[in-house]
Design a protein around this ligand. Structure first.
Ligand code: 3H9
Length: 706
C-alpha cells in the first residue's frame, strides 16, 4: 500500500486503485507503486483476478506531462505496460472519466477493459508533439484494426464510450455499478465465473498492408508539414507487423526522437500555458455570482460577446442606440446561433428557446438594471465610453460588475466616470468573440479582487483562456501587435514584398501573415487611426507610406477586392501596382532593396515580438512570461508548436536575442532598444520562464541578479 496506489483483497480478487489527484497521472510514484504491487499479486496463489481502476474523477490522464524533458525515472511506462500484459493472473481494468495517453496504454495492456458511462478514451499524444510511447501504437491497432487505429492515433481525438465499445477498444460498458470500485468487483467476479473472457492484446496479429501505411504517411506529411510527429506516428504503427516486444522497441525509438523535438517543447508549453494563466494574486477572493449579463452595443464585437454568453446558457440583455441597430444586432446573434446549430453545438429547439426567452434586445440602457455583469462594446473612443459608463452607473444595480471591451484605452479613466471604480475592469474579447479563446482581463488600479476572480470564473464557463493584464496602450496583445506591424513594414522597406513576409511567417507556422491579416480585417480603420496620430508621430520613426497609398487608391483589403494583394477570383495574388508604390517609397527614402530570406524575415519579426514582450513584462503589464505566450497563442495565431515568443526567447537564449537587437539597432536605434529585463537575463544567463510573478514594474539589477 502506498499513497498513490491502494490494494484491497476481496476473497480471490485483488482491487488495485490508482489515487494520484487531480487526474491520476502515471508519474514516477504511480509507476513505482504498480511495478512493486503487480508482480507481488501475480505470484500470490490466493489471487485469482486483479482489477485496476482509478479513484476520483478519472482512470488516468496518461503519463505525467511535467516529467517530459527531465531525466527519466524508472520504471518506464512501456516496461510497466509490458509487465501488466505479461501477468499470469487475469488482469482487467475499469475505466471511467478519461483514459488518455499512457492511461489508455495501461488499459490496453490489461487482459480486458470495462467502461463506465461518460468515459472518453484516446491517444492524444500527437497534440503534445510526441506519439504514444507506452505501446499505444502497437496495442490499440491490434484491438481496433489498422485504419481505425491510425485514425485515432494521428488525430488524437477523444473517443466516447459507446464508440470505444463498437471499435473493440473496451469489452463492456457497465451502466449499473455505482462506482469504479463496484464495477471492478463485478467484472472480476465475471472473470472468475468465465463470463468475461480475458486475452493478451500483444498476441493478436493484424495485417499491415504497406500501401495503407504509405497512404497515411503521405497524408500526414502533406497535412502537417510542421508537425513531423504525425507522420512518425504512422511509422510507429507500421511496426505492428512485428512481434509485440519488437514493435514496442521501435515505437520507443520514434517516441524518443519526438520527445527531443522543439515541437514537443512548444506544444507542452502551450498545454500548460492554457492552464497557468488562471493563477492570479486575487485567487483567494470568492467570485461574485453571475446569473445574467448585459451587453452594450450589438456590432460585431457586442453580438459575438452576447452569443458567447448565450451559448454558455446565461441570459443576455443587449442595448443598442436605435431600433434599426437593435434589430441588426438580434439578426447577427441569430446568425451565430444558427451556425452553432449547424456545427452541432446546439439543437434547433434550444436555439429557438434562447432567442425567445434568454435574449432581450432594447434601445434603452435600463434593460441592464438587473444584470450582474454589464459589458460595454461600443465604438473605440474614450469620451464615448466615459459617457456610457456615467449613464450605466445610474442604471446598474449595486454590486454589478461593469466591464469595458476596449482593446487599448485607459480602463482607469473609464472607471473614473462612475462612482464605483472598484466594480470596473476591462474584458477584452477577440473577434469573433464566440469563437476566439483569448480573454484579456484588464485589472485597473481600483478593481476589487472579487471582480477579477469573477471574470476568471466566467472565462472558465465560456471555455476561454483568461489572461490578467495591467493597463497600458494595447495591454498585452495589441501592444505587441503594434510593434510587429512596424517590424513588418521595416521588412518591406528593406527589400521584401508583402507576399515574401507573409509566406515566410506562414511557412514558420502562423496561420496568416501580417499583410494578409490586415487585408482580411480591412485597411480603413488603421488608416483613420494613422491620420489621427500623424501630428504626434515621432519624427525618428521609420514610416512606410504604403498602406496609406493603398487606401488613398480606394483599396481597403479583401472586402474591396484589393489591398496589399489582389483577390481576383478569391485567391490572393501579388499586385504589381502595389509593388511599384513600394519601390517608389523605398526610393524616396534612399533605400536600395536587398534580398531577404525566410530566416531573415522570421528572425526580425520574432525579435520585435520578443522585444515588446520583454518590455511589457518588465513594466508589470503581464504577470509572467507564460501569460504573454498564452495571449499570442490563443488570440493572435502564434503557432502552437512554437509555444509563444517568450518560450522562443528562452530557447534561443536571451543573449542571442540581445545580440540580434544590437545588430538591428545599427540601422535603427530608435525602434531597436534593448529592454532592461532582457539585458538583465542575458547578463545572468537567466530565463523568462524562471522569473517570479509580478504585476508591478520589475526592479532591474544591471548586474544580472534576478
Ligand atoms: C502520455 O501519456 C505519453 C505516453 O504515451 C508515453 C509515456 C512514456 N500530466 O485540464 P485540467 C493537470 S502523454 C500532468 O484543468 P479538466 C493539469 O495541468 C499524456 N498533469 O482538467 C491541471 O493542473 P493544474 C497524454 C496533468 O478536467 C490539472 O491536471 N494525456 C495531466 O479540464 C487538471 O487538468 C493527455 O494529453 C498530465 N497528463 O481536463 C491528457 N493532465 O490544476 C492531458 C492534466 O495545476 N490532459 N494535468 O493547472 C487533459 O486533456 C485534461 O487535463 C483532462 C482533464 C481531459 C484529463
Amino acid at each position: 500500500m502506498t499513497d498513490v496506489v491502494h490494494i484491497t483483497r476481496v476473497g480471490p480478487i485483488a482491487l488495485v486503485e490508482i489515487d494520484n489527484p487531480p487526474v491520476n497521472a502515471a508519474g514516477a510514484a504511480v509507476r513505482q507503486a504498480l511495478w512493486a504491487a503487480i508482480p507481488e499479486l501475480d505470484s500470490d496463489p490466493d489471487v485469482q483476478v486483479i482489477a485496476l481502476y482509478g479513484a476520483g474523477r478519472t482512470f488516468t490522464a496518461g503519463a505525467d506531462i511535467r516529467e517530459f524533458g527531465k531525466p527519466p525515472i524508472p520504471p518506464m511506462l512501456p516496461d510497466l505496460c509490458q509487465r501488466l500484459e505479461d501477468c499470469q493472473t487475469p488482469l482487467i481494468s475499469v475505466l471511467h472519466g478519461t483514459a488518455l495517453g499512457g492511461g489508455l496504454e495501461m488499459a490496453v495492456a490489461t487482459h480486458a477493459r470495462i467502461g463506465l458511462p461518460g468515459l472518453r478514451v484516446g491517444l492524444p499524444e500527437v497534440a503534445l508533439g510526441i506519439i504514444p510511447g507506452a505501446g499505444g501504437t502497437q496495442r490499440a491497432p491490434r484491438l481496433v484494426g489498422l485504419e481505425a487505429g491510425l485514425e485515432m492515433i494521428t488525430s488524437g481525438r477523444h473517443v466516447p464510450a459507446e464508440e470505444a465499445l463498437q471499435l473493440g477498444l473496451i469489452d463492456r460498458l457497465d451502466s449499473t455499478s455505482a462506482t469504479p470500485r463496484d464495477a471492478a468487483r463485478t467484472a472480476a467476479q465475471a472473470v472468475l465465473e468465465g463470463a468475461l473472457v480475458t486475452r493478451r492484446t500483444g498476441d493478436i496479429d493484424i495485417p499491415i498492408p504497406a500501401d495503407v501505411i504509405a497512404r497515411w504517411s503521405a497524408e500526414m506529411a502533406r497535412k502537417y508539414p510542421l508537425l513531423p510527429n504525425r507522420k512518425a506516428a504512422v511509422e510507429a504503427v507500421a511496426a505492428c507487423a512485428q512481434p509485440i516486444r519488437d514493435g514496442v522497441r521501435e515505437e520507443r525509438r520514434v517516441f524518443n526522437v519526438c520527445l527531443d523535438s522543439p515541437e514537443r517543447a512548444g506544444l507542452v508549453h502551450a498545454f500548460f500555458a492554457e492552464r497557468a494563466t488562471s493563477r492570479i494574486p486575487e485567487a483567494g477572493s470568492p467570485p461574485r455570482p453571475v446569473g445574467s449579463v448585459g451587453v452594450i452595443g450589438g456590432g460585431t464585437m457586442g453580438a459575438g460577446i452576447a452569443t458567447a454568453f448565450l451559448l454558455a446558457g446565461l441570459p443576455v440583455s443587449l442595448s443598442e442606440q436605435d431600433a434599426a441597430s437593435a434589430a441588426a444586432a438580434r439578426d447577427r446573434i441569430a446568425g451565430h446561433l444558427e451556425g452553432a446549430v449547424k456545427r452541432g453545438k446546439m439543437t434547433g429547439e434550444t436555439r429557438d428557446i434562447t432567442l425567445a426567452k434568454h435574449l432581450q434586445v432594447d434601445t434603452n440602457l435600463d434593460v441592464h438594471a438587473q444584470a450582474d455583469l454589464v459589458i460595454e462594446a461600443a465604438w473605440e473612443d474614450l469620451e464615448t465610453k466615459k459617457s456610457i459608463f456615467a449613464a450605466l452607473d445610474g442604471v446598474a444595480k449595486p454590486g454589478a460588475i461593469l466591464a469595458t471591451n476596449t482593446s487599448y484605452l485607459d480602463v482607469d479613466s473609464i472607471a473614473a466616470a462612475t462612482t464605483r471604480p472598484a466594480d470596473v475592469l476591462g474584458l477584452h474579447f477577440f473577434s469573433p468573440a464566440h469563437v476566439m479563446r483569448l480573454l484579456e482581463v484588464v485589472v485597473g488600479a481600483q478593481t476589487a479582487p472579487d471582480v477579477t476572480t469573477t471574470a476568471f470564473a466566467l472565462a472558465k464557463t465560456l471555455r476561454k483562456v483568461p489572461v490578467r493584464a495591467r493597463i497600458c496602450d494595447g495591454f498585452i496583445g495589441n501592444r505587441i501587435l503594434n510593434r510587429t506591424r512596424m517590424a513588418a513594414d521595416h521588412l518591406l522597406l528593406m527589400g521584401a514584398s508583402p507576399a515574401q513576409v507573409d509566406g515566410a511567417l506562414e511557412r514558420w507556422g502562423f496561420a496568416l501573415g501580417p499583410f494578409a491579416t490586415l487585408d482580411l480585417a480591412g485597411l480603413d480603420i488603421g488608416w483613420a487611426a494613422r491620420k489621427r496620430r500623424a501630428p504626434t508621430r515621432d519624427p525618428r520613426e521609420r514610416y512606410l507610406r504604403l498602406a496609406d497609398r493603398i487606401c488613398e487608391a480606394g483599396h481597403f483589403g479583401r472586402k474591396t477586392g484589393r489591398g496589399y494583394y489582389r483577390y481576383d477570383g478569391g485567391a490572393r495574388q501579388e499586385d504589381p501596382e502595389m509593388l511599384a508604390w513600394l519601390q517608389e517609397e523605398r526610393a524616396e527614402q534612399g533605400i536600395s532593396p536587398r534580398a531577404l530570406g525566410d530566416q531573415d524575415i522570421v528572425d526580425y519579426y520574432l525579435t520585435a515580438m520578443i522585444c515588446e514582450a520583454a518590455a511589457l513584462l518588465g513594466d508589470g503589464i503581464a504577470l509572467r512570461a507564460v501569460d504573454v505566450d498564452a495571449v499570442l497563442l490563443f488570440g493572435y495565431g502564434f503557432p502552437r508548436q512554437r509555444g509563444g515568443p517568450l518560450l522562443q526567447a528562452d530557447m534561443l537564449g536571451p543573449q542571442t536575442v540581445l545580440d540580434r537587437i544590437e545588430a538591428y539597432a545599427k540601422a535603427d536605434d530608435h525602434f531597436w532598444q534593448v529592454p532592461p529585463l532582457l539585458a538583465q537575463l542575458a547578463a545572468s544567463d537567466g530565463r523568462f520562464a524562471k522569473l517570479p510573478d509580478s504585476d508591478t514594474p520589475r526592479p532591474i539589477h544591471p548586474t544580472g541578479d534576478a
